[in-house]
Design a protein around this ligand. Structure first.
Ligand code: ATP
Ligand code: MG
Length: 396
């Protein structure tokens, strides 16, 4: 556990300055799970300005939450002052925080028992809510009263379900019932925050288990644009979705099964970047055609990556007749005379040199025509051959 070893001097420094400091949250949980540790979070009694005065390299990344980023030996650590979130308005985390004196108070405001364990510099655990026991039992359980916790911050419901998927844990029954009772509160939460958790859920270890919870608690119907979510996701549950490899594939599947009138607007409402929207729409539109065949030009135009994704998704959808394997598509792609425009051995300028005409829309058209002929192996990709073809074409 080198990552903790490197971080210990930070705790020590805070302690030497008269403050308390602990590792908290995901890193302690993941250590107990023997999982690879993502980022190290530290909780301290020092106020943000005190943290900033103790360490030489700091960035005030989240002062409104009491968080300062400390950079030591090229590693960054989030140090957050012990705090509580006393006044919750509108079922969202409050914008204002209240600092508290003890780690115990700080652990109380955390979402699940497994995330509410602190570890001191000697690796002793402070575990007032029996988080370790929950981890051993593979249980996701809200800290304290689940109903109250979801009223305070409704995003926790989605977080709990994504942890079920990521860790392949089970939801504690009280926590499950509280999600069922409060599921509509998720509508108060910004889509961007829901989306992060929802996507982590989809690409987690046990998406089916988590999706089933979304269905059984009715949470699914309250996610953006998923009024019909029960039908869509019940159908998705019947498919071997474990075989999907990317989140884009998941979204394309959701759009296809969802039969939305305006699939693009669904993605927009889920606040995706234009780039991702384009990728997902491309895959979705390909998928609508069940019987795509991979001629050389079709494979070239679609690109290997999307062809593989298309084949994978068709298999997941149960269209298994005549499916092409990743390996055979890769072989075929390798054999294409060119793999992108950049490999063409001529440019528009060459074409202009070979004629007296001025540039115009015709130029783009003829380049595409030559590209197509080369891909279809009706013309070789070398300058003399292309020049000859071009001059004949030009004389017509
Ligand atoms: P991951 O491994 O995905 O980062 P994590 O548990 O570290 O999981 P973070 O979002 O990094 O999740 O949050 C760090 C810690 O802050 C959590 O372990 C939890 O103690 C607390 N926390 C985060 N979000 C909430 C929330 N909405 N309500 C209460 N506590 C939260
Ligand atoms: Mg984390």
């Amino acid at each position: 556990m080198n990552i903790f070893k490197n971080a210990k001097p930070i705790l020590t420094k805070l302690i030497e300055n008269g403050f308390e400091a602990y590792f908290v949250g995901g890193c302690v949980r993941d250590k107990l799970l023997n999982k690879e540790i993502g980022d190290i979070d530290i909780a301290t009694s020092a106020l943000p300005e005190e943290v900033m005065s103790i360490f030489s390299k700091t960035v005030p990344t989240g002062l409104q939450h009491g968080t300062v980023l400390v950079i030591e030996q090229n590693e960054s650590y989030e140090i957050t002052t012990f705090r509580t979130e006393s006044t919750y308005e509108d079922y969202r985390r409050p914008s204002e925080v209240i600092y508290v004196k003890s780690i115990l108070e700080d652990l109380k405001r955390r979402d699940f028992t497994m995330n509410a364990i602190a570890m001191d510099v000697d690796e002793n655990y402070i575990d007032p809510f029996k988080g370790e026991e929950a981890i051993n039992q593979k249980l996701i359980q809200a800290v304290g009263n689940a109903d109250e916790r979801f009223h305070e911050d409704a995003l926790r419901m989605m977080r709990g379900i994504r942890f079920v998927s990521q860790l392949d844990f089970t939801m504690h029954n009280d926590t499950f019932l509280a999600i069922q009772a409060n599921c509509s509160l998720i509508e108060k939460i910004a889509t961007e925050r829901i989306s992060v958790e929802f996507e982590k859920m989809l690409i987690g270890k046990s998406p089916k288990k988590a999706i089933q919870l979304c269905i059984d608690t009715n949470l699914i119907e309250h996610l953006p644009n998923f009024q019909d979510g029960k039908r869509i996701f019940s159908k998705i549950q019947t498919l071997p979705i474990k075989n999907l490899k990317t989140i884009e594939e998941f979204w394309a599947l959701i759009l296809l099964i969802g039969k939305f009138d305006q699939p693009e607007s669904i993605l927009r409402n889920w606040k995706m970047s234009n780039e991702r929207m384009k990728q997902i729409m491309k895959l979705y539109l390909l998928l609508k055609n069940e019987e795509l065949e991979w001629s050389h030009s079709n494979l070239y135009n679609t690109g290997l990556e999307y062809a593989i994704k298309y084949e994978r998704l068709q298999s997941v959808l149960g269209n298994i007749a005549n499916r092409r394997t990743e390996q055979s598509l890769t072989e075929q792609f390798k054999q294409l005379p060119i793999h992108s425009k950049a490999e063409l051995c001529f440019t528009g300028n060459d074409l202009l040199k070979w004629t007296n005409e001025k540039a115009g829309p015709w130029l783009k058209e003829v380049i595409s025509e030559i590209e197509k002929l080369i891909v279809e192996q009706k013309l070789t990709n070398n300058q003399p051959a292309i020049k000859e073809w071009f001059q004949t074409w030009h004389q017509k």
